[in-house]
Write a protein that binds this ligand. Structure first.
Ligand code: 5AD
Ligand code: SF4
Length: 472
């Protein structure tokens, strides 16, 4: 069924604004400090920026050191087990802080909290947690914080199913040049290894007007690059009555002044349309980069994963992408050690890597997620085999990444300057339209500008060069 109204009603947003004022009153105008720690994907980063925005309006500023925080939030991820282990480790370490400062509010939210067994575990083993909420009611954070400040009990508010989308809530972005813009929430695909559809709910697209308004505002505020986020952006708009398609949305966003670059992720191969490839080619601001997770190169494993494409179909698609958009960078996600994966299946994955020649592959060891179909399989692959396959895959991919980067030597590329490089602090850093990191010497005044850089050194993960021209 298509939705004609997708927004949380304005009265509900006003109610949260009232709670923002109330929390400010409780704090008597005294500036308080917050710390939001994000685990997981860019979507979580974007949610954390919303939490920070609400906290800022409630009179909190970001703590330089977590120890001095009055409110600490852990925005969690559960896509793989190691993300959860990390959260538990950090949460345990907060116990001492809380005993030193009993007025501190410790909140845990995000994907992990959508699983009842995890909430129970936290309730019984981490009693210093004051507030637990999930992914669907983030916009009610002011009300929940207000309640937590007024109660000695742990406040728990996790919604089982998704609600509408809250627009016009505050946001405090981490960066002043590049912005995340979530365009849809949830996923309908139910890949058999993946927990996301269970914790993020079904696909809901934001109304195009809301996205266009947000991006226009970003353009007016000197943002140069936006990355549109969704678990499967190719199905954007399909749930809306009279909605735009994703390609249609790109065309609208391409017209917005100030914004120089548009990126997006993630695309599902089964939904990648010719219309989208044409839009990528035609829209000047849409960058020449496509992240297209393959997950496995074995058609048998892809079937077990419920991915709905074959190895051959993916390779044809990769070929079409490269022919339609010359010089495009193609990146992917790969899972090694999915239940039942044999050496022959793994060889198929290596074969795809050699044939598709990805610029980069994010490789993951399969992680059993309770509640997903693959977790029930009795053909689990041993950790040792997974690690061996992971190493082999990395070796092949690193060689290809370096070979592709070698082709940049002597070329001049457009770079959006982001700031000083963390790894070589006397150099500036930025990215090409194809999403390659480029480091180069230059003055701070170049930050936020588009420059041309002539590449004179190439590594597996980054390029180096000299500025030859400065734009905008
Ligand atoms: N185990 C390992 N990797 C996973 N991913 C999703 N679920 C799992 C899992 N259970 C990977 C997929 C996805 C990326 C975001 O995380 O490759 O594309
Ligand atoms: Fe998970 Fe598959 Fe949805 Fe991606 S498309 S979020 S891997 S279920």
């Amino acid at each position: 069924m298509k939705r004609s109204e997708c927004r949380v009603p304005q009265e509900e947003i006003e109610l949260q604004r009232d709670f923002i004022r109330k929390v400010k009153e409780i704090n008597h105008g005294v500036l308080k400090k917050y710390s939001v720690q994000t685990f997981g994907c860019q979507m979580n980063e974007n949610d954390s920026e919303r939490l920070a925005g609400m906290l800022y309006e409630m009179g909190y500023t970001e703590a330089k050191d977590i120890k001095e925080s009055d409110v600490i939030i852990f925005n969690t991820c559960c896509v793989r087990e190691n993300a959860e282990v990390k959260v538990y480790g950090h949460l345990g370490a907060l116990k001492k802080l809380k005993s030193e400062n009993p007025n501190m509010v410790i909140a845990v939210c995000g994907c992990m909290m959508q699983q009842s067994q995890i909430v129970e575990h936290i309730k019984s083993k981490y009693r210093h947690v004051d507030l637990i909420f999930g992914t669907h009611n983030l916009y009610k954070f002011p009300e929940m914080l207000h309640d937590a400040l007024n109660s000695r009990e742990t406040i728990i508010d996790v919604w089982e199913s998704e609600g509408s989308i809250a627009e016009n809530m505050p946001i405090e972005r981490k960066d002043g040049i590049k912005a995340w813009v979530t365009i849809m929430y949830g996923c309908n695909n139910f890949c058999s290894y993946c927990i996301v559809p269970y914790v993020r709910g079904r696909e809901r697209s934001r109304h195009p007007d809301d996205i266009i308004n947000e991006v226009s505002m970003l353009g007016r505020n000197n943002y140069k690059e936006i990355t549109l986020l969704g678990q499967n952006v190719n199905s954007y708009g399909k749930d809306l009555e009279n909605g735009l398609s994703f390609a249609g949305l790109l065309k609208e966003l391409d017209k917005i002044d100030g914004i120089e670059r548009i990126r997006f992720m993630t695309s599902h191969p089964k939904d990648l349309s010719d219309e989208l490839l044409e839009a990528m080619k035609d829209c000047k601001k849409v960058c020449e980069h496509l992240h297209l997770p393959i997950q496995s190169g074995s058609t048998g494993i892809l079937k077990e994963m419920n991915r709905k494409y074959t190895k051959e179909h993916y390779l044809e698609l990769a070929d079409k992408v490269k022919k339609t958009i010359p010089d495009i960078a193609l990146t992917t996600d790969i899972i090694v050690g999915f239940p039942g994966e044999t050496e022959e299946d793994f060889d198929e994955t290596i074969d795809v890597i050699e044939k598709a020649r990805f610029d980069m592959a994010y490789t993951f060891l399969y992680s059993k997620r309770t509640g997903t179909p693959a977790a029930k399989s009795e053909q689990q692959v041993s950790e040792e085999t997974k690690k061996l396959r992971f190493e082999k895959l990395l070796e092949v991919q690193n060689r290809i990444s370096k070979e592709i980067n070698d082709e940049y030597l002597g070329k001049t590329v457009e770079v959006l300057v982001e700031g000083y490089s963390k790894n070589s602090p006397n150099k500036l850093t930025g990215r090409t339209r194809t999403n390659k990191v480029v480091n180069f010497k230059g003055e701070i005044k170049l930050v936020g500008k588009l420059v041309n850089v002539e590449i004179n050194k190439v590594q597996t993960w980054s390029l180096e060069g000299e500025v030859t021209a400065v734009y905008s």
